[in-house]
Design a binder for this molecule. Structure first.
Ligand SMILES: Cc1ncc(COP(=O)(O)O)c(C=O)c1O
Length: 369
């Protein structure tokens, strides 16, 4: 029997949080605290407390958080920043926006995260920092990256947009670098009901500067020229309702991933997500690899199962970066993976019947071959 399996089910996710969500939104309306306000202040404290960092500076979205961080770290025109070749474009476009030059490093073939050895090869006298993306929800290999940063006096920003509560060697991601950025885009592991983001840091100077910069350089006393990047009061209230559930949702994602891991292993040429030693995964995305990706995707779509390509091409191969003149051989791992990756549905509320249906549909495709 045909079943519908959405890629994510935000409608159900929010229905299960009623009436708390409705109450919190009504309270925000009654108080007219639409831009920042007490709910946003409280969320900043609670989120910093959960991660174990000194400061959380909320802003309008995860992209702004990266931009604000790089400006706060003093990026100057022509400075080079290294980031991973295969990620969402926010990780790189903000480097250009902040006045820097984007330098891509290849990914590790099996974990899809940035390859520290390629980062080492890309460091020049003009390199100022590294943006390490914990892609799909798995921590990247931070130890060698931190060692490179220390040795070459570079800053390191962790892009945690997909990795809320993931750990590296038992410590929460977002607590290793000079700063870390989070997205609370609705579909993220912790999502608002619109755009929202934050940066976290243990550095007092960076927190202070970012707070000023994101809010027009200071209210009533403009110490610097800034930008307008503030979290809405309603988003702060929504995030406060959701935050206590994040650990439980993360476990539910892990359980769904374990089900896929066990049942997909051995079907056709499928490779399930690999987790490197000392790291864990919060499965923002569950990404498999198969040489028959496009055929499988078509079959799943026809079976009522939504899948996504995260991301169809590695960034150096988009028109936006044609000026860098890269060839596939420059990023062999990212190039190979872009043609084989497929993200299967995963979200906390996905049922065993839905997971079973996805697995059976995948098996059916390979059996027909
Ligand atoms: C890796 C990564 N970095 C940054 C961002 C930017 O976040 P936002 O959409 O909140 O601006 C995203 C969001 O999709 C992302 O996946």
């Amino acid at each position: 029997m045909k079943m519908r399996v959405p890629f994510n089910d935000l409608k159900l996710h929010h229905e299960l949080l009623q009436p708390a969500l409705r109450d919190s939104i009504e309270a925000a309306i009654s108080s007219s605290a639409f831009i920042r306000g007490p709910e946003v202040d409280a969320f900043e404290k609670e989120f910093a407390g959960l991660l174990g960092v000194k400061h959380c500076v909320s802003c309008a979205n995860g992209t702004d958080a990266l931009y604000i961080c790089m400006r706060g770290l003093g990026l100057q025109p022509g400075d080079e920043v290294i980031t991973t070749a295969h990620t969402w474009i926010a990780s790189s476009e903000t480097i250009t926006q902040a006045g820097g030059r984007v330098v891509f490093a290849d990914t590790d073939f099996t974990t899809f995260t940035i390859d520290p050895q390629d980062v080492a090869r890309k460091i020049t006298a003009r390199t100022k920092g590294i943006i390490a993306v914990h892609l799909y929800g798995q921590a990247c290999d931070l130890a060698p990256l931190l060692e490179l940063a220390r040795k070459h006096k570079l800053w390191l920003i962790e892009d945690c947009a997909q990795s809320h509560l993931a750990t590296y060697r038992g410590q929460m991601v977002g607590t290793f670098g000079d700063a870390a950025t989070f997205s609370f885009y609705p579909g993220k592991n912790l999502g608002a009901m619109g755009d929202a983001g934050a940066l976290v840091t243990n550095r007092d100077d960076l927190a202070e500067w970012s707070t000023l910069f994101a809010r027009h350089g200071g209210k009533g006393d403009h110490k610097i020229e800034g930008i307008n990047s503030r979290m809405d009061g309603i988003q702060g209230s929504v995030l406060r309702v959701k935050l206590p559930h994040l650990q439980r949702w993360t476990e539910a994602r892990r359980k769904a991933a374990a089900y896929y891991d066990a049942r997909l292993a051995g079907i056709g040429d499928i490779v399930t997500p690999a987790i490197a030693p000392g790291r864990d995964h919060v499965y923002h995305l569950y990404v498999i690899r198969t040489a028959r990706r496009d055929g499988l995707r078509q079959h799943l779509t026809a079976s009522g199962i939504e899948t996504v390509l995260n991301y169809p091409k590695a960034l150096p191969f988009y028109a936006a970066y044609a000026h860098l003149g890269h060839k596939p051989a420059d990023f062999p791992n990212a190039y190979a993976n872009q043609g084989t990756i497929l993200s299967l549905p995963i979200y906390p509320e996905i049922t065993e019947a839905q997971l079973d249906y996805v697995v059976r549909s995948v098996a059916q495709f390979f059996a027909q071959a």
